[in-house]
Write a protein that binds this ligand. Structure first.
Ligand code: COA
Ligand code: AMP
Length: 639
């Protein structure tokens, strides 16, 4: 099959490979620089080199001010659509500029400036976006923490980022439930060693939060005062290599990794992606149905659509339940969405509630051209169902928090290539991918291996982990010298299509959210009655995977195992947060291990998933696997 017929992809990819610096120098011309890059890549700077090392720029200027200057002031930049509060509001580029310049001035009044960190623990409200742009405007480094994380996770991030200030809101809203944020924040600050000087709190009408005198400040009151005084702040010239943000993501231990994104490379790659990968033109409406706490939200709610002069949708709701499975179609029709980007799990949720897509009826999707899926493996069933009901191309693409944009995809802007179900298609310019065996040697087509990207990584990819060059090197670069280890495993076919099959570490993907089973095991082992434990991700029809914990109780514990199981479930919710979706803990008398003592998590997962499995040659006692299968039965897992 000629999968590339009609697409410009092969020539563009080959062009990049021939002259990577020339490719990115050309792409960089789409950005308004204070000082344009003279040097495109410095291979001797940073851990593996740095992009645009001598350029000076400002991300907020490129997202907002330049469009106002160019005559887009009256066009909507952000449409906030919040079925959970019954609110819709649009902000034009000019209005957004006014909001952001005022908030930036407020932050400066708190002494926040270039290089200072600001943590945002906020729901999906416009003020969260204003805050991200305001930080970018004055050179402060934002770090957004997803609202579904518990106090302890927030505390870990506070201690790592050491923010001068935290921005928060009184509550988030989960369908019909109001989730108070302030008690979680207060608890996190109590737990953390680093104490931020100030907290700026947005009181939402659904819930009023209490304030700590001296530390906490009322967002609304300060905003009114700043507006009255006509305060504004200009864009600060920054080095392209200055950090724009830190976004924490699960690592292989309970300690999250602070992925650093710089200003210049991020703008260049994301701007390139909008036209060439997503096929979107300035003025069109782009909707990433994600959360600003995740990388998809950062890149494709907050930044890329605005770099391109598009309208971005900020949706505070769910695919189902707010109020029903027709919510996505309503939003697409009402706002004239041209492209929707979400996780497959959202479509599985819609398909479950409305299998025949009856709720699509009456919605005018004539502007809707493409559905993009990422965040987890897109199962062929879901893709085919979406294709059938929407009658538009459904494009799977693969990326990571670390990269900030597509590693492999099907670039509709360059001309769509054949969709192969189960594959996220082909590497984007910037990414030279190899599939490696255990010895780091590339394997041929159809052979599974570790997926690695040849260094240097392209613009937008992390230059390092926040203040941890060594950990960056150790986690990503050490195992396969000359490569970045993606920690995903998979294969490539004869046409060069990439198939992402699993992770090579302990990360699982729950409803598109990335979580460390190692982090959960640390919590289970800390329970006083638990001797040892193992957490594995098991198949789930809706969320792709959910965690399942196996616990072995200490000798002499004579409480009922179900009580302890409930306690460990509650502990994970308390320590990591509801986002972990940890609902099943199962007591077993022992765990299956190899003779050298390694827990056989992979085999346990296969048993739970009812996949074919072979008895591991090195197993200590094969009878234990039967015990695991017996324990799994009758636990509501369909086993
Ligand atoms: N603040 C507080 N709690 C939150 C939260 C937030 N921002 N986001 C999620 N939670 C809670 C949920 O209420 C739920 O709590 P519960 O255990 O009390 O029910 C828990 O965290 C798990 O959330 P989630 O995994 O989102 O499951 P869900 O059952 O609420 O919704 C989907 C399932 C599929 C509808 C939902 O995951 C979804 O819309 N996914 C879309 C894709 C997406 O956002 N992907 C991210 C990367 S692109
Ligand atoms: P995150 O950093 O949260 O975006 O998660 C990144 C991880 O999600 C990747 O390393 C993959 O394991 C998985 N992932 C993301 N997109 C895809 C995809 N299109 N297909 C398969 N897995 C994916």
């Amino acid at each position: 099959m000629d999968s590339k017929a009609g697409s410009r992809y092969p020539e563009v990819y080959a062009g990049w490979k021939r002259d990577p610096e020339g490719f990115w120098a050309e792409a960089a011309k789409s950005i308004d620089w204070v000082e344009a890059p003279k040097k495109i890549f410095d291979k001797d700077a940073g851990v593996y080199g740095r992009w645009f090392p001598d350029a000076v720029c400002n991300t907020c200027y490129n997202a907002i001010d330049r469009h106002v200057k160019a005559g887009r002031g009256a066009q909507n930049a952000i449409i906030y659509d919040s079925p959970v509060t019954g609110t819709k509001r649009a902000f034009t580029y000019a209005e957004l500029q006014a909001e952001v310049t005022t908030l930036a001035a407020m932050l400066k009044d708190f002494g926040v400036g270039r290089g200072d960190r600001v943590i945002l623990y906020m729901p999906m409200v416009p003020e969260a976006l204003f805050a991200m742009y305001a930080c970018a405007r004055i050179g402060a480094i934002h770090s957004v923490v997803f609202g579904g994380f518990a106090a302890k996770e927030l505390a870990t991030r506070i201690d790592d980022a050491k923010p001068k200030m935290i921005l928060t809101a009184s509550c988030g809203i989960e369908v019909a439930r109001v989730i108070p944020y302030k008690p979680l924040l207060d608890e996190a600050i109590k737990l953390s060693t680093h104490k931020p000087q100030d907290v700026l709190l947005l009181q939402r009408p659904q819930l009023e939060a209490s304030m700590i005198t001296g530390r906490d400040h009322d967002w609304g009151a300060l905003l009114a005062a700043a507006r009255r005084d006509g305060k504004t702040a200009d864009c600060v010239p920054l080095l392209a290599t200055d950090p724009l943000y830190i976004l924490y993501t699960s690592g292989t231990t309970g300690i999250p990794k602070g992925v650093v994104r710089d200003n210049g490379g991020h703008m260049v790659a994301l701007h390139w992606s909008m036209k060439n990968i997503y096929g979107i033109e300035p003025g069109e409406v782009f909707w990433a149905a994600s959360d600003i706490g995740w990388v998809v939200g950062h890149s494709y709610i907050v930044y890329a659509p605005l770099f391109t002069g598009c309208t971005s949708i900020l949706y505070e709701g769910k695919p189902v339940g707010t109020p029903d499975a027709g919510a996505f179609w309503r939003v697409c029709a009402e706002h004239g969405v041209a492209a929707l980007f979400t996780a497959p799990t959202a479509f599985r949720a819609i398909k479950k509630e409305d299998p025949n897509a009856k709720m699509l009826a009456g919605h005018d999707l004539s502007k809707f051209r493409t559905l993009f899926l990422a965040g987890e493996r897109a199962d062929p069933d879901t893709i085919q169902w979406a294709e059938k009901i929407l009658k538009v191309p459904v494009i799977d693409h693969w990326w990571q928090t670390e990269t900030g944009w597509t590693i492999a995809g099907n670039p509709v802007g360059l001309g769509q290539m054949t969709v192969k179900y189960g594959s996220s298609s082909v590497p984007m310019p910037g990414y030279d991918i190899d599939i490696l065996d255990e010895n780091g040697k590339p394997v041929g087509p159809g052979k599974m291996g570790s997926i690695a990207v040849k260094l240097p990584l392209p613009p937008s990819c992390l230059p390092t982990l926040w203040q941890q060059d060594d950990r960056f090197h150790e986690s990503y670069l050490a195992e396969f010298p000359g490569y970045y280890k993606t920690a995903d495993a998979g294969f490539r076919d004869e046409d060069g299509y990439v198939f992402i099959m699993s992770r090579t570490d302990d990360i699982i993907n729950v409803a598109g959210h990335r979580l460390s089973t190692g982090g959960m095991e640390e919590i289970l082992s800390a329970h006083p009655d638990v001797a040892e434990c193992a957490v594995v991700g098991i198949k789930d029809e809706l969320k792709g995977e959910v965690p399942c914990g196996f616990i072995v109780l200490k000798t002499g514990v004579n409480r009922h195992p179900s009580e302890i199981e409930k306690e460990v479930v509650a502990l994970v919710r308390e320590k990591i947060g509801p986002v972990a979706a940890f609902k099943v803990a199962i007591t077993v008398s022992r765990l299956p291990k190899t003779r050298s003592g390694k827990i056989l998590r992979g085999t346990m997962k296969k048993i739970a998933d009812r996949d074919a499995w072979n008895m591991p040659a090195t197993i200590d006692d094969p009878a234990i696997l039967d015990e695991i299968a017996t324990a799994l039965r009758g636990r509501g897992l369909g086993i």
